[in-house]
Design a protein around this ligand. Structure first.
Ligand SMILES: C[S@@+](CC[C@H](N)C(=O)[O-])C[C@H]1O[C@@H](n2cnc3c(N)ncnc32)[C@H](O)[C@@H]1O
Length: 205
């Protein structure tokens, strides 16, 4: 099972490239307790379970969580929950990952989650928010008159197929205001499948 692009699995090489790129900014070791929010079918959770002490994987979709549950990895806890309402013990984790999930939140919901993620991390812990739709790059996604027309029609209905587009500085300021001592928006490696319209955010508590 691999990430998909246009409903087709990406190549194993591209998946490993994604993991290598992530590892540069989000190093983990055997002492880490990692929280994977919006984990989907658990691709990242299963990967990190090999090197972390524990992984807590959360998603709102029970059907997606089935694959991870079926793997029955001894150091992985699978939790079905909506991250907008999730409450966890402070300081429980040394790493928090939200990959390709933040776009499902409104700006207000993102403010709330950022503050809670800060609380869940221990001092020195790292938050990595991956694959964030970049407000500055939205026209490289809506790149034809037809796509822009569809986008504005959706606007009328208060919808966007991508979800919330974030400004890099907006997220950096939010993270710093939430207490993180470092917050850096990162351009993605051009080899990553959505690098033309997405960016990442790395924060240190
Ligand atoms: C594009 S998938 C990303 C999955 C995984 N992180 C990855 O990159 O392979 C987004 C996931 O976010 C989950 N999701 C969306 N809104 C959520 C919410 N409010 N609470 C928890 N999970 C949510 C969806 O169910 C879906 O599994």
């Amino acid at each position: 099972m691999l990430r998909t692009l246009n409903k087709q699995p990406i190549s194993p090489e591209l998946w490993h490239h994604t993991l290598d790129d992530l590892a540069r900014h989000f190093p983990v070791d055997a002492g880490d307790d990692l929280l994977d929010l919006c984990c989907g079918n658990g691709l990242f959770a299963a990967h990190f379970a090999e090197s972390c002490r524990s992984v807590t994987a959360v998603d709102v979709s029970d059907s997606l969580l089935e694959r991870l549950r079926a793997m029955a990895l001894p150091n992985v806890t699978v939790e079905s929950a909506d991250i907008r309402k999730l409450r966890l013990a402070p300081g429980r984790f040394s790493r928090v990952l939200v990959y390709a999930g933040i776009q499902y939140l409104s700006e207000a919901e993102c403010v709330s989650l950022m503050r809670r993620m800060f609380d869940w991390l221990r001092p020195g812990g790292i938050l990595f928010v991956g694959d964030i739709p970049d407000r500055e790059l939205m026209w490289t996604f809506y790149d034809t008159p037809e796509r822009r027309a569809a986008y504005f029609e959706n606007c009328l209905a208060g919808e966007d197929v991508v979800g919330t587009w974030y400004g890099r500085d907006w997220l950096e300021h939010l993270a710093l205001d939430s207490g993180f001592r470092e917050a850096d928006a990162l351009s993605q490696d051009p080899k990553l499948i959505y690098s033309h319209f997405r960016f990442d955010l790395r924060c240190v508590r």
